[in-house]
Ligand binder design. Sequence first.
Ligand code: SAM
Length: 285
Amino acid sequence: MNTPDPESALSKPLKPGLYIVATPIGNLGDVTVRAVDVLRRCEIIACEDTRVTGKLLKHCGVSTRMQRYDDHASDRQRQSLIDLARSQPVALVSDAGTPLISDPGYRLVRDARDAGIAVTSLPGACAAITGLTLAGLPNDRFLFAGFLPVKEKARGDILSELGEIGATLIFYETGPRLERSLRTIAEFWPDREVAVARELTKLHEECRTGTAGELAEHYAARPPKGEIVLLIGPPGEKTLLSDPDALLREALEEMSPSKAAAKVSKATGLDRQALYSRAVELKSL
Ligand code: SAM
């Protein structure tokens, strides 16, 4: 009752409702047959940027009118789309990939569902999933965490929070911030396997793997261009069940007890003061 007939896009006239339509993340050839059909036959396409979506529509020979929509849209704008979707098919796209995935749409879908509007989703490209399929990291469990925060403290907090989870972590990242993020990851987990998946589906697609430290060195020498998915493999036994003494001993080879305690505390979440006392003991042995 709350879902438009998924078959309708290729056969009968489109039923009224909200259609969430995934679009390509670079290669326009990745638009699906069903996406083109729905975009062509819906009443209006709500999109983040009419210039960006206009290029896709031109490529697909679609002339449906567009209306700008993002999560900063006023309640009135959102309500008018919902009112329209009661009687007409309304599509939502984002600039690239799957709407709502680090993109606008959450409030629209929520309000549409609350209003009893039929909502359906047309799957397609998503950079996080494309990166995961390419990286060669364990994928039985993964956690997508959106963009890594820009500020160092917030970035460290997220990494501490997610670090012990036994899953591959997936983040969106930008070229100018990549090296700094990799250096933070290297401080936390010098040994974990990391992948940088860049410019997916585009001409200069690349997926590079290594430790965060190795990748930071690589990208320091060759500042990366384009769009990036950053993946961190799950903790191995060594990092998950980290032996504080072993970590302290390693750190003490290069730094003072106080700095070693701070480093190991950051990496393990263990109490810094207790680690400091232990570091002083280890140093005197
Ligand atoms: N909704 C999109 C999706 O389904 O992937 C994501 C939108 S988010 C605003 C944009 C971010 O996704 C970029 O900054 C980048 O981190 C990632 N991204 C998008 N396209 C990409 C591509 N072709 N290659 C690598 N990363 C990409």
